[in-house]
Unconditional design. Structure first.
Length: 332
């Protein structure tokens, strides 16, 4: 492939130049008209995923042997990628109604490509578990068994909430709000944290997280543009949008995902300390060494990123900044 072809990849889709997820999700402006099927084929499939289409990481990015050995670090990664793989599989299935009820071709094409993105994410997370030594023959059953409580307590309420809006009520804009602001708006910062903490330990793991994060930037920004334009064209929809967003926030507040995250962060902590020499002075965020962080501190930082990103996207959509965090907010 020529250098000129490589330079043609859009900055936000290029492996080397794409911003971090949080920066891109807060600052970039992309819409469904530009992020159509042709964009996905040329910029994503032939750009972001060049040389990484099968495993999600370059063949030169290896899985270190110590991560294939039993121990808390491997257990933390198995839990994290097992849960993320299941979540992405469910996201893929949830997106089918979006394609069906999309009001126009640009929206339909965009959500068709996002469906493919989520399916790919699920696949690379699962396959990475095989790279870690989990048996491929029983992988799906093993993931289901490890995630029984997580599926029931965290994922199922979100599935029910989403399908009620996009499938039963056939409210496309409401479904976009649920997926982008509520679901991915909460999970994206966790994905950012994953990339930051695994990068110094495993080149392959870090690249998988990097590739999925590049996709999430596009998902979040395009969805925000869809909602911004819908509210501008249909100002009477604003109360409905606020109602859905508040209901989504209340849903997440009622879900105890913290215990699942903290458990694997505690395992990561044990493993990180065992392999401190491999991490050294690496900073997980500016001025803070990864080795100096604790499980609750990393979780709290991800929550802070969630709030910052939500405020940025809400402002972009023309909704009051800070509204989601205001005790005086109303569904009216």
């Amino acid at each position: 492939m020529t250098d000129s072809t490589q330079r043609a990849v859009a900055q936000e889709a290029d492996w080397e130049t794409a911003p971090r997820l949080l920066d891109g999700a807060k600052e970039l402006t992309l819409g469904p008209e530009e992020c159509n099927l042709a964009y996905w084929i040329t910029q994503v499939a032939q750009g972001t995923l060049r040389d990484r289409g099968v495993t999600g990481h370059h063949e030169s990015a290896f899985v270190p042997d110590f991560l294939k050995q039993p121990g808390p670090l491997r257990e933390a990664l198995v839990l994290e990628f097992g849960f993320r793989g299941l979540s992405e599989e469910i996201a893929t299935r949830l997106l089918a109604p979006y394609v069906e009820v999309a009001p126009g071709i640009p929206q339909m094409e965009f959500y068709a490509t996002q469906l493919l993105d989520e399916a790919r994410h699920a696949r690379v997370f699962r396959n990475h578990l095989v790279e870690l030594g989990m048996p491929e023959a029983t992988l799906l059953r093993d993931i289901d068994e490890m995630a029984v409580e997580y599926r029931r307590e965290v994922l199922q309420p979100v599935i029910d909430f989403t399908l009620d809006i996009v499938q039963k009520q056939r409210d496309f804009a409401g479904g976009v709000a649920v997926f982008a602001i509520v679901i991915e708006g909460v999970l994206a910062p966790a994905a950012e944290l994953s990339e930051r903490k695994w990068t110094p330990l495993s080149p392959a793991t870090g690249e998988i997280s990097r590739g999925t994060a590049i996709d999430e930037i596009r998902h979040l920004t395009v969805a925000s543009t869809i909602l911004r334009d819908h509210v501008r064209q249909n100002p009477e929809y604003r109360p409905r949008l606020r109602e859905i967003l508040q209901a989504g926030v209340e849903l997440w507040d009622s879900i105890d995902d913290r215990r699942f995250v903290i458990h694997r962060e505690e395992l990561f902590q044990q493993g990180m300390e065992q392999h401190a020499d491999r991490i050294g002075d690496y900073e997980i965020w500016p001025g803070t060494r990864l080795l100096d962080t604790r499980p609750d501190q990393r979780y709290d930082m991800a929550e802070q990123w969630t709030d910052e990103m939500a405020e940025a996207r809400m402002a972009y959509m023309g909704l009051p900044v800070g509204w989601l965090n205001s005790p005086e907010r109303s569904v009216a």
